[in-house]
Design a protein around this ligand. Structure first.
Ligand SMILES: *[C@@H]1O[C@H](CO)[C@@H](O)[C@H](O)[C@H]1NC(C)=O
Ligand SMILES: *[C@@H]1O[C@H](CO)[C@@H](O)[C@H](O)[C@H]1NC(C)=O
Length: 281
């Protein structure tokens, strides 16, 4: 009797062992499936990283263009201010001897002072555009980063959440295959999204650039107004007169390898002073 019982226990034990070993096989299978994921994840990540790097290269081209235009615009406006000053000094320096030289000296000082004030304006314009550029760069990098992260942050192993590898290995295995399929689906829409971000970035830089030109234009207009006043003072206070200007020396053009595109409507040089504009009637 005792022997019989023992046999039963042994048989039951063997049956459980058989079932258990099939289950264990499934559990081990999960690991084999897991082994497929790293490569797929790396492929996805490489795809995303290189798309984002491409977008960053494109935005660096946009920034390069922007810097170049800032420097070209500054050159143009600076030259324009210098020419205005030169014209003014030409009038002041070519007065007949009977004109009060003390009065003329005051006007020369005034022209110099006003040019220096316009230098403060140049500084303010460029600092404004610089701050704006940096804010835009920060902005586009944040967006690119958000896009990159949204595709690269992908949980591989949440297939295990709420499941037990010894109790539901098949479920986990199925979930892992779903993950694998998701990873293998490269986000081709990402490239279009990123280039949309770069396009917007370019557009915002374009606005910043035109604000900068506007700032320089106003600055030069203020200087022009000051110069106009000096020439009125020359006639009304110092009792001098405007002199016919022969060819005034012009500042030689900057030698540059860059070509300014025709759309870069550069401000025209200030018009030569016309004597009758300053006759107060
Ligand atoms: C990715 O960029 C697009 C614009 O192209 C934007 O609409 C989307 O919100 C960005 N995604 C994330 C997660 O920031
Ligand atoms: C970057 O520029 C190249 C060439 O203009 C373009 O083909 C590509 O789609 C752009 N990529 C992004 C993400 O902006």
């Amino acid at each position: 009797m005792k022997k019989h019982n023992t046999m039963k226990v042994v048989l039951a034990f063997v049956a459980v062992l058989g079932l258990a070993s099939a289950q264990r096989e499934n559990s081990l299978q999960v690991v084999e499936t897991m082994a497929l994921l790293p490569e797929a994840y790396r492929e996805l990540q490489r795809y995303v990283v290189s798309a984002v790097a491409d977008a960053k290269h494109n935005s660096s081209d946009a920034i390069y263009e922007f810097h170049r235009e800032v420097y070209l615009a500054k050159d143009t406006f600076l030259r324009s201010a210098i020419t205005l000053e030169t014209n003014t000094l030409y009038h002041l320096n070519n007065q007949p001897l009977e004109v009060d030289s003390g009065c003329l000296n005051l006007l020369r000082g005034s022209a110099d002072l006003n040019l220096q004030v316009s230098g403060v304006g140049f500084t303010n314009c460029i600092l404004d555009v610089d701050a704006r550029l940096n804010a835009e760069i920060q902005n586009v990098y944040d967006q690119l980063q958000a896009n990159e992260s949204s595709y690269v942050q992908f949980s591989l192993y949440d297939a295990f959440a709420g499941r037990n590898i010894f109790q539901n290995p098949q479920d986990i295995n199925d979930q892992l295959y779903i993950k694998l399929a998701q990873l293998q689906q490269l986000p081709t829409e990402l490239v279009a999204q990123l280039s949309a971000l770069v396009t917007d970035f370019r557009a915002r830089l374009e606005v910043a650039r035109s604000t900068y030109r506007q700032c320089l234009t106003v600055n030069n207009q203020v200087f022009q107004t000051a110069v106009d006043l000096i020439l009125i003072q020359l006639q009304q206070v110092c009792k001098g007169s405007l002199v016919a200007s022969p060819t005034l020396p012009t500042t030689p053009a900057l030698t540059t390898a860059f070509t300014v595109q025709p759309t870069d409507a550069v401000p025209t040089m200030p018009p030569m002073v016309q004597p009758d504009e300053y006759v107060i009637g």
